[in-house]
Design a protein around this ligand. Structure first.
Ligand SMILES: C[S@@+](CC[C@H](N)C(=O)[O-])C[C@H]1O[C@@H](n2cnc3c(N)ncnc32)[C@H](O)[C@@H]1O
Length: 426
């Protein structure tokens, strides 16, 4: 009973949906904190939490999930670099790109952004990155910028690691030129005055935090971040968080970047709402906000996509490759990408697989299926798919790159090197 009251306090203060962590995890954190402050009665502990900010912060430190690593998901950073080179730089030669990374945890995300921007050709004086998190412990680590191997899991290439880090024993110290580009700040996304004095940002990363929030906290956070982003600015979310966005966010054409562009302000009402948000009751705010959610997002479910694609597939496919079948392939793969971008990985995989049952000669379908399997953690199947794509199109550049990266990640360095040679020759 008292644990529920503590969970409610966490829900109110930091937006946590306690079900995402589970009763036992929260119970363990409470027991640890009670032991640390010498209390044995949980009712006394609740009173302490209600009256001491410091005690609440201790509990928050125990329950937040700081999981992060450099270049997490890879594609968001690839897309960001391309966007900067093709869209930003040509029109903002002397401008300063403003970026927000929230929550930034121990710093790997904002530092990856800094590296990506530098590699895209931005001088450090031409960008500024604010990075915010609720965990002071994580921020201390972020400012130190010393990391273990664990922070380099995933798609990190060794050359990049050597270029920006110095090995210190078993640890890696980030170079000052990147370290100094990030401004770390303590902050709570659910604080009504969150970054209220800041000029809007051109790019916001808010990845892998909303999944731990309850519906109301998710809606509030998106509303606040929407106001903190300039029109046409880019908004990056985690792969399971795409369905939470409002209609003003339109997906960019880059699979698996989970990036959105904020459309120009046709309806000033949303901004007005945020200004008024402290004056309205929470329930009323939630209702208003839900009304503004894209009705399309509710109806365009995966089933709808699958139904459309099944209808499309009733057109004969086994005649020689016609214009028709190319159109069907393009639209099916687009639908699968769209599903993936909304976090519906399972449906996206099903769609690719059922398409490949009909037309097992499409290398792009195997490539996409491989990427999706990889995100799901099924590396073996991913490898098989990339190999099939290369079998069908031996010079398929992207499939070769993905296969090389996957082999490197799995420790098969020798075979990865052979593929990289092949890519070089291309
Ligand atoms: C899983 S990490 C995500 C880090 C990074 N964005 C990424 O995707 O790799 C989640 C972070 O959210 C932070 N967090 C949780 N609730 C928060 C809140 N209400 N305000 C700010 N940060 C919060 C935690 O401290 C934790 O560092």
């Amino acid at each position: 009973m008292i644990q529920l009251a503590i969970e409610n306090l966490l829900r109110q203060r930091i937006g946590l949906d306690p079900d995402t962590l589970g009763f036992a995890t929260i119970k363990r954190a409470i027991s640890q904190c009670m032991a640390d402050c010498g209390l044995t009665d949980i009712t006394d502990y609740l009173t302490r939490l209600q009256t001491s900010t410091q005690e609440l912060e201790q509990l928050i430190e125990m329950i937040v999930v700081p999981e992060t690593w450099f270049f997490r998901d890879r594609e968001p950073f690839v897309f960001l670099s391309r966007h900067i080179m093709s869209e930003w730089l040509p029109s903002h030669r002397d401008g300063v790109l403003r970026v927000l990374s929230v929550p930034c945890s121990t710093g790997e995300e904002p530092y990856s952004i800094a590296i990506a921007l530098t590699e895209a050709g931005l001088a450090t004086k031409n960008f500024s990155i604010d990075a915010v998190d609720i965990s002071k412990k994580s921020l201390t680590k972020a400012r130190l910028a010393v990391y273990s191997r664990n922070s380099f899991r995933g798609n990190n290439d060794e050359e990049r690691q050597k270029r920006y880090f110095t090995e210190v024993g078993e640890q890696y110290q980030l170079c000052d030129s990147i370290k100094n580009t990030v401004n770390f700040m303590h902050g709570n996304l659910l604080d009504p005055s969150f970054l209220i004095d800041k000029v809007p940002y051109d790019v916001i990363f808010c990845r892998n935090a909303l999944i731990y929030f309850d519906n109301s906290a998710q809606a509030k956070t998106i509303q606040v971040l929407e106001c903190l982003l300039v029109d046409n600015g880019l908004f990056f979310v985690g792969h399971s968080e795409t369905q939470l966005l409002t209609p003003r966010f339109v997906t960019v054409r880059h699979p698996l970047a989970f990036a959105y562009q904020k459309q120009e302000d046709k309806n000033r009402e949303l901004k007005q709402d945020v200004k008024l948000r402290n004056r309205k009751e929470p329930i009323e705010r939630k209702r208003d906000f839900q009304k503004k959610l894209n009705p399309k997002l509710d109806v365009s479910t995966s089933k709808e996509f699958l139904r459309k694609s099944t209808e499309a597939k009733t057109i004969p496919l086994n005649k020689e490759k016609s214009k028709n079948s190319t159109t069907i392939a393009t639209s099916t793969l687009k639908n699968a990408q769209s599903l993936a971008e909304r976090g519906q990985l399972h449906e996206a995989i099903n769609l690719c697989e059922s398409y490949l049952n009909e037309d097992p000669t499409n290398a792009d379908a195997y490539l996409l299926l491989g990427q999706l399997c990889r995100i799901q953690g099924n590396e073996e199947h991913a490898e098989e798919c990339f190999q099939k794509a290369i079998y069908l199109e031996p010079n398929h550049y992207e499939a070769l790159i993905h296969l090389a990266l996957l082999k490197e990640h799995r420790g098969d360095i020798a075979n990865a090197a052979v593929i990289r040679q092949r890519i070089k020759r291309l």
